[in-house]
Design a protein around this ligand. Structure first.
Ligand code: C2E
Ligand code: CA
Ligand code: CA
Length: 725
């Protein structure tokens, strides 16, 4: 499929480069042909015009030549003596008749007087010839005579072309004049010598050869038909003939000569153009390929080759616009991936991600989109009938798939997945919100114990709104120092009526209009970046009170998030000191969630705290299932058994053995054990028997305000047994 961008590029390229180049090439070709044609036509016309002038001058030269001959023959004393009287035919023949035989100079010779009625004497082709002049010259000779001066003394001959009864001929007329001054002529009765030279085909050919004009043809003038060729006019300016010849057409010859070169040049041009278009084609293909690659890269994760977040967003946008109703999104975040990454190396981590990606592809049907959003986050976008049901099935299958550890080149990698599922409720517009909802649901899955899936319900949104309101109010409470602390007494198993210590527990101020439980606002503080301030405030208040209860240990809860802050240890020590508390009486309680993140770093923190005398307890032991592992990796001064474990020992022999085992192990690790949530005497007795050193629970006391502790201490004086060791 070609993208809109690519199509636009091709169109733009064609319009801005292809089309102009094509036009330029066509224009160059057309211009060249046009130029050649115009140059050759011009040359033809020019040559025709020149030939026309040559023909005209050839004809006038023939006239001038005959006129000269006529003058030469007429201006002669002997001619005057013989031709102004009845001619002596023998003399005339000898002088003028004989030359008509070969026609070299003229074909016809005549003598006439001014009347021009008939020739006085004459010869034609060696024969005596005395025709009616009007008839022979078609009445055109008078014009010539009229042009001669009347005095008849000096005039030279005049020539013209006349259509005679023998055909077109050059005709010249000269008055017969003496050359000697003493010879007189009868001025009133002048006689004229007339010569005619016929323009036969042979003669025209000779003229043509002499003047380089091909196929010269002279045709008598016919007023009725349109003149073909140049018009030849007589002395008087009347048309007498048309003259034609075959043009040499030098332009055509030149044209013919350059045509092969032109064709060759244009072919070369076409070839070059073809080459350029080939190159352009390759360029465009290249650009399109790069564009397709860039588009692929923009929508895919380089490590796994799976579609990426942008691809998911695009798909969801398509669904929302296209009105696709049934869409479900399963958003999976791997549990324990960080541990694999930290335990081995990043290459192994990448390998694990690739293996998970590979498996994901097999867990969905064909038209689902499986994508990697980054890090250890994956998503499956499922649409069509029963999308939500299929998303749940996908989540189940994913958890089952991950339950088998991966063999990563001999290294075993084990991860789980917390999955959030969100689906549209037949409302396409919701597709755009699916990521956010699935993300919230995923956090719910993590909060509720990981390696499970959770489906988004609208209540989550309300909850989130409320979280934000709680965060806002909590910030204000902390700013104003209104956070409260309750203390729950811890008693020694051996002497349950003696207090050995207290656990400080954060309390939402009673002055607030709302009631918020610690589990909730501690979680909000952790997720909204307020936990450091909350922890510091509780520690400060707790220390301030506990400083006045000598002999009691003070247990303070610390969140995993606080531990990540590099200034945690120094701030804690400073707060304790500022409130006049002995660090040797302080114990911090950590849940196991903290400790997995980075065991080495955690060990370092423990060391620094212990150096100051602070003790460390593992809180909520027995609520998860990996607890014993932590005990081996990290040193604890105390283990606090979770209420969920404690409350079941009365009813479940299995839980009782876990409890006894834990106590034995704790003894081996020289850690003390505190049982939480002791609510009745039966439990108290059972726990005493199983070897817990301390106890805590409603049976002894609920968490109470500081003043209450002061009273309890006086009633239940502290014993040395529990904390002071
Ligand atoms: P936790 O650290 O396990 O604290 C013990 C919880 O058990 C307290 O709940 C306490 O009131 C309750 N409890 C004690 N004895 C009994 C009993 O016999 N029966 C029953 N049903 N409950 C009993 P609370 O005060 O609501 O605190 C809940 C959790 O909030 C704490 O669990 C702790 O994880 C967290 N938390 C409280 N204060 C702080 C604090 O200052 N900092 C941090 N980071 N977490 C705190
Ligand atoms: Ca605790
Ligand atoms: Ca606890």
């Amino acid at each position: 499929m070609i993208s809109t961008y690519a199509r636009n590029f091709v169109v733009r390229f064609f319009l801005s480069v292809g089309l102009p180049v094509l036009f330029a090439a066509l224009a160059v070709g057309a211009l060249t042909v046009n130029l050649i044609t115009r140059v050759s036509t011009g040359a033809n016309i020019e040559d025709h015009d020149r030939t026309s002038q040559v023909v005209a001058s050839a004809l006038s030269s023939a006239q001038a030549q005959l006129a000269n001959t006529a003058t030469d023959n007429a201006h002669w004393d002997d001619a005057v003596r013989h031709l102004y009287q009845d001619p002596d035919e023998a003399w005339v023949n000898e002088c003028y008749g004989v030359p008509t035989t070969d026609g070299v100079n003229y074909d016809v010779f005549m003598v006439a007087d001014r009347s021009m009625a008939a020739a006085v004497t004459g010869f034609r082709k060696g024969e005596l010839f005395k025709p009616s002049l009007d008839e022979y010259f078609a009445g055109k000779l008078n014009n010539l005579l009229d042009a001669l001066p009347d005095d008849n003394k000096t005039s030279d001959a005049k020539g013209t072309i006349i259509n005679t009864t023998d055909g077109l001929a050059v005709v010249a007329v000269s008055p017969i004049l003496p050359t000697s001054e003493d010879l007189q002529i009868p001025v009133s009765k002048p006689r004229y010598l007339i010569l005619a030279k016929l323009l036969t085909a042979d003669r025209l050919e000779a003229i043509g050869t002499q003047y380089v004009v091909n196929d010269l043809v002279l045709t008598p003038w016919d007023a009725k038909s349109a003149p073909a060729g140049d018009v030849v006019k007589d002395f008087n300016g009347d048309p007498v003939a048309t003259v034609q010849w075959t043009d040499r057409l030098p332009g055509d010859q030149a044209h013919a000569a350059v045509i092969p070169t032109t064709i060759l040049t244009l072919s070369f041009l076409a070839f070059v153009l073809l080459g350029i278009s080939g190159l352009c084609g390759r360029l465009i293909r290249d650009v399109l390929k790069r564009e397709a690659q860039a588009r692929h890269d923009a929508l895919h994760d380089p490590l796994t080759g799976l579609p990426n977040r942008a691809a998911v967003s695009a798909r969801l946008l398509d669904f929302s616009k296209g009105g696709t109703k049934n869409v479900a999104l399963a958003f999976a975040d791997l549990d324990g991936f960080k541990e694999v990454n930290d335990t081995y190396d990043h290459a192994t981590g990448d390998e694990l991600i690739c293996r998970v990606a590979e498996g994901l592809g097999r867990l969905v049907d064909g038209n689902a989109l499986v994508a990697r959003l980054g890090g250890d986050e994956f998503v499956a976008v499922i649409h069509g009938p029963e999308a939500a049901e299929r998303a749940r099935l996908f989540a189940d299958n994913l958890i089952a798939f991950l339950s088998v550890p991966f063999d990563l080149d001999g290294k075993m990698g084990s991860v789980g997945a917390s999955i959030g599922i969100a689906s549209t409720n037949n409302a396409p517009a919701e597709a755009l919100d699916l990521m956010r909802r699935a993300d919230i649901a995923m956090y719910k899955a993590k909060d509720s114990g990981k390696n499970r899936y959770c489906e988004f319900v609208p209540a989550f949104d309300a909850e989130r709104q409320e979280d934000l309101a709680i965060a806002t109010e909590l910030r204000q409470i902390l700013d104003e120092g209104r956070i409260e602390v309750a203390f729950q007494p811890v008693v020694a198993s051996a002497a349950p009526n003696k207090i050995v210590g207290v656990e400080a527990l954060a309390r939402w101020p009673s002055s607030s209009s709302r009631r918020v439980f610690p589990d909730r606002f501690v979680h909000v503080a952790e997720t909204q970046g307020i936990i450091d301030d909350l922890g510091d405030a509780i520690l400060a208040k707790a220390c301030a009170h506990a400083a006045g209860w000598p002999g009691l240990t003070l247990a303070v809860n610390v969140s995993s998030v606080q531990l990540r802050n590099p200034s945690f240890v120094s701030r804690t020590l400073q707060t304790i000191a500022e409130n006049g508390m002995d660090p040797g009486r302080v114990e911090i309680e950590l849940t196991e969630g903290v400790l997995v993140d980075d065991v080495e770093k955690t060990k370092g923190i423990f060391d620094r705290l212990r150096t100051a005398g602070i003790k460390i307890a593992l809180d909520d032991f027995g609520s998860g299932f990996a607890s014993i592992g932590y005990l081996r990796q990290l040193d604890f001064d105390r283990i606090k058994l979770d209420r969920s474990l404690v409350e079941r020992v009365l009813v479940s022999p299995g839980h009782l053995s876990i409890l006894q085992g834990t106590n034995l192990m704790a003894a081996g690790l020289s850690a003390k054990v505190t049982a939480e949530g002791v609510e009745n005497k039966d439990l108290l007795q059972l726990l005493q028997l199983s070897g817990c050193s301390e106890m805590q629970g409603y049976y002894f006391s609920k968490p109470v305000p500081a003043a209450e502790i002061a009273r309890l201490v006086s009633e239940w004086p502290p014993v040395e047994s529990g904390a002071a060791a």
